[in-house]
Design a protein around this ligand. Structure first.
Ligand code: VG1
Ligand code: CO
Length: 563
């Protein structure tokens, strides 16, 4: 069956389907009110798969359960069939977390996968929807491929669809469909959790974890799935299999609108967890985002583990995880804005450290080349080369492995670490839904200022602190594996003491612009390392605001979220 502009009336290709940091994200209403909007993008993805690979190939499909996901899956099935894709593997009811999709792509040697998610962005009829494409390695499509998808999406003149093909995605099992001119297509509905759970069993010591969360003297764990996709994984793996108390698992039923909240595991949007942890009843707390690739870890009384510290802790204690005992540690990596805490561990343990642009896609090449084992981002993303996505539940089991091994609390482990390695104080200010023109102007003017010859060497002070600019640039990255270059990855001011101020515009927002300001400052004085990050970093925040004129230029008085 065919459908194209001639039959479709007013439809023509769309100019605005450029994938961002992680897939295409738009308001649900954009998908609903623009005719063939989703079809245009889905066809563009499938057009990137070589025709010869389609019939013998397998595509994995999963999503975070948000509003519009089921409509999109229906279209993917119909468009895949009409393009001659031989085999689709879909999570039951469409549910499959981003890390689980990555796991299944790798396990089944699929040509790729499509993930229906806008991650941590809110959902429901007035929220966001998103479509992500992952390649055969299991990782997010690299820029070369997302650029190609974008080019095709702008100039598509027809797409192929079998509009009468209907598949029940609630029943586990294989179904086969006859499609004109092609060999039959198999649609396989699989359990959302099984393959992923099996993978985790091979990575961690489940007996030790069982002891920790349900044995004699077990710790109390509180996990908040925020009505995202991780709920079924938490229930099956942490509660049923490891035996953690079921009443410590919250918001574990995926909802189309995430209960009306942002499914974003940070101190602002996961405030229920933060407040509950403050009560002191639980030893370990964690929250996840909509699609299950992010995590926030808290200790007793709400002790906050900064994500930049989290990956450093896992690196420093990596031998607590059986997987790494087997594979060894090939290297460490962090995204550029992530604090230098990981660098300190890499240096002490004589490991290679890579600094990549923001977004998980940049870690994939290093992993495929055998150069990278563990990596993280300041945005609550932590993961390893067991798959090619960040992995929320994996990170929590990694922390549990460390707790089980060291028999200390989260806070003790963190403080011990700072004592040994020094502490990188870190904070991120997010200004959401800023007027795009104002945000772009602010960045442009800041860049002009930063690239003025007189900027390096300038001194800035606030309170009793004074800093001298040592480096000022717009971060560019040359992939050490394939030599590809990614420019304009964030404005960076580095001071002579190593402290950094970074400005970036988000690539995952759907309305207006989100401005991110990151501050990273190292302290090794034992008298100061236990201080409060917001207090310690106040002078640098003030300097950053002064240099950029951020508040005045965007008509804001403060950030939406502080991490
Ligand atoms: C944000 C984070 C980035 C992360 C990306 C995708 O991107 O900063 O670290 O990789 O989201 O995560 P940006 O461009 O908005 O800063 V997810 O869990 O939204 O797929
Ligand atoms: Co996510």
């Amino acid at each position: 069956r065919w459908e194209g502009p001639n039959q479709g009336g007013t439809w023509s290709a769309y100019p605005d389907q450029k994938p961002g940091t992680s897939g295409l994200r738009k308001r649900v209403t954009v998908f609903q009110t623009n005719e063939h909007y989703a079809e245009n993008f889905i066809q563009s993805i499938i057009s990137c798969i070589e025709p010869a690979e389609r019939q013998p190939g397998l595509l994995v499909v999963g999503g975070d359960g948000r509003f519009f996901m089921k409509d999109a899956i229906k279209l993917i099935i119909q468009i895949a069939a009409a393009n001659g894709i031989g085999h689709l593997v879909i999570g039951q009811n469409g549910i499959m977390s981003t890390p689980a999709v990555s796991c299944v792509i790798r396990k089944l040697k699929a040509v790729g996968g499509i993930i229906l998610t806008a991650s941590h962005n809110p959902g429901g009829p007035t929220g966001d929807f998103g479509i992500k494409y992952n390649i055969a390695s299991g990782g997010p499509a690299p820029e070369g491929i997302t650029d190609k998808i974008f080019q095709i999406s702008k100039s598509l003149t027809e797409y192929h669809i079998c509009p009468d093909l209907k598949v029940d995605i609630s029943k586990i099992g294989k179904q086969t469909f006859e499609v004109d001119t092609f060999k039959p297509m198999t649609v396989e509905i699989v359990d959302s959790v099984e393959s992923y759970a099996e993978m985790l069993r091979g990575i961690f010591d489940f007996n030790a974890l069982k002891q920790l969360v349900s044995g004699a003297n077990h710790i109390k764990v509180r996990l908040d799935a925020m009505h995202g996709v991780v709920g079924p994984y938490v229930k099956k793996i942490v509660c049923e299999e490891l035996g953690a108390a079921a009443d410590g698992a919250f918001n574990c039923v995926p909802k189309e609108d995430f209960g009306g909240h942002h499914p974003d595991p940070n101190l602002t949007y996961a405030s229920d967890l933060v407040n509950a942890m403050k009560g002191g009843d639980y030893d370990l707390g964690a929250a996840f985002d909509g699609d299950g690739d992010r995590n926030m870890v808290l200790g007793k009384h709400g002790f906050f583990v900064n994500p930049s510290d989290s990956v450093a802790i896992i690196a420093a204690n990596i031998t607590c995880i059986p997987y790494f005992q087997k594979t060894g540690v090939k290297g460490l990596a962090r995204s550029m804005p992530t604090s230098g805490a990981l660098d300190n561990v890499a240096k002490a343990l004589k490991m290679n450290l890579y600094e990549t642009p923001t977004g998980w896609k940049f870690f994939g090449n290093l992993m495929d080349a055998g150069k990278l084992s563990l990596c993280g981002e300041e945005s609550f993303g932590t993961g390893s080369d067991h798959i090619r996505e960040k992995d929320g539940l994996w990170a929590v089991l990694a922390w549990m492995s460390i707790l089980a091994h060291r028999k200390q609390s989260v806070e003790e482990i963190m403080k011990d670490h700072w004592n040994k390695f020094g502490r990188n104080f870190f904070t991120r200010y997010d200004y959401e839904e800023v007027d795009s023109d104002k945000a772009n102007t602010m960045i442009k003017e800041l860049e002009a200022k930063m690239f003025d010859k007189s900027f390096v060497g300038q001194k800035f002070s606030s309170g009793d602190k004074s800093y001298e600019v040592a480096v000022s640039d717009n971060f560019a990255y040359t992939d050490p594996v394939d030599g590809s270059v990614s420019k304009n990855q964030g404005l960076r001011i580095v001071f002579s003491d190593g402290s950094r101020i970074i400005f970036r515009l988000s690539g995952t927002g759907s309305a207006g612009a989100t401005v991110r300001l990151y501050i990273d400052s190292y302290e090794k004085d034992p008298a100061k390392i236990y201080g409060d990050a917001q207090v310690m970093l106040k002078p640098l925040v003030e300097i950053a605001l002064k240099i950029s004129g951020l508040h005045e230029k965007t008509s804001r008085t403060g950030p939406t979220v502080i991490t």
